[in-house]
Ligand binder design. Structure first.
Ligand code: ADP
Length: 286
């Protein structure tokens, strides 16, 4: 069963299919095996795609407002196992938004310079400025996911990072950042299908990495690491959503809905004109 925190950013009646149930309430012990990656909320694909189209247009307007207002900051964190659909979400949910106000920051293996600093150093410089929306394609959470599963640092080091992360995200929120975090939850069966497609489809082979198979072998350890993340770092100021992601169309709909809901909750407004424009005549071009 999904359990949601419920109250944050909610407009009653706005979303009849209730995306709140995918939000993880603070201090919930998350058991991923009990959350169905194939859930479609009882919707059919056609209806979901139509709704996504509407949400794309609303998101376009909301992002323009964010940019025009130039005050708030929005950070979207995307985490998933390989083939979970981070790239698909970026393409389809943000379809139509103005690239001037939206940036994607992807985090791969840290460079030597990055490793020479604390693990939040490389992410902090990519956080959004006023009026901006930034999407993290992977994030600081890798430092308690792959780093934990692969034992890249001792337990005593990664285990204190949950606290750092909560406090750091609190700092960002205090300074005006709305943070939404999405774990795209796919089943190992669906991943096998997607990996085989990558292996066999010439248009997808460029994405195939042998290393992804190694990560797949560590599936159970990754799920334990994700459960710790979701149980310990879903906070009122930076909630996690566990998004059922076996059906791409439902995954996109859940992310788009949660995002639109949060942005509408900010009640943004276009700034007033700098001066009275009522008597201004547009002159002929000289
Ligand atoms: P993606 O799989 O997101 O499309 P890549 O194929 O470039 O992108 O993979 C990025 C890799 O970098 C992943 O295997 C991920 O686990 C790894 N990575 C990201 N952050 C860290 C980190 N802090 N320490 C070690 N490895 C990391």
């Amino acid at each position: 069963m999904y359990r949601g925190a419920g109250a944050v950013c909610r407009r009653p009646g706005a979303y009849p299919f209730g995306m709140d149930r995918y939000r993880i309430a603070p201090d919930t012990t998350v058991n991923l095996a009990a959350l169905d990656p194939g859930d479609t909320g009882g919707l059919r694909e056609k209806e979901a795609r139509e709704r996504l189209g509407e949400l794309n247009r609303r998101l376009e307007t909301l992002q323009e407002l964010l940019y025009a207002e130039g005050k708030r900051k929005v950070l979207v964190v995307l985490q998933a196992m390989d083939t979970g659909g981070k790239d698909g979400v970026i393409r389809r949910v943000f379809d139509g938004v103005n690239p001037q106000g939206v940036k994607v920051a992807a985090f791969g293996r840290p460079t030597e310079e990055e490793l020479a600093h604390d693990y939040l150093w490389r992410v902090h410089r990519h956080t959004p400025g006023a009026g901006q929306m930034v999407i993290f394609n992977r994030s600081h959470y890798e430092d308690v996911l792959v780093v934990r599963v692969r034992a890249l640092v001792p337990d005593s080091v990664w285990s204190r990072r949950y606290r750092h992360i909560n406090e750091w995200e609190h700092l960002l929120a205090d300074e005006g950042t709305t943070i939404l975090k999405f774990f795209l939850h796919i089943s190992p069966e669906e991943q096998a299908i997607r990996l085989a497609e990558r292996r066999d489809d010439p248009a997808k082979q460029w994405k195939f990495r042998r290393g992804d198979l190694e990560e797949r072998r560590l599936w159970t350890s990754y799920m334990a690491a994700y459960e710790a993340v979701l149980s310990r770092t879903s906070t009122p100021w930076a909630p996690w959503f566990v998004v059922p992601a076996d059906r791409k169309w439902y995954r996109d709909l859940v992310v788009a809905t949660a995002l639109v809901e949060a942005l509408e909750g900010l009640q943004m407004a276009y700034p007033p004109p700098a001066e009275d424009l009522s008597g201004i005549v547009i002159p002929p071009a000289g």
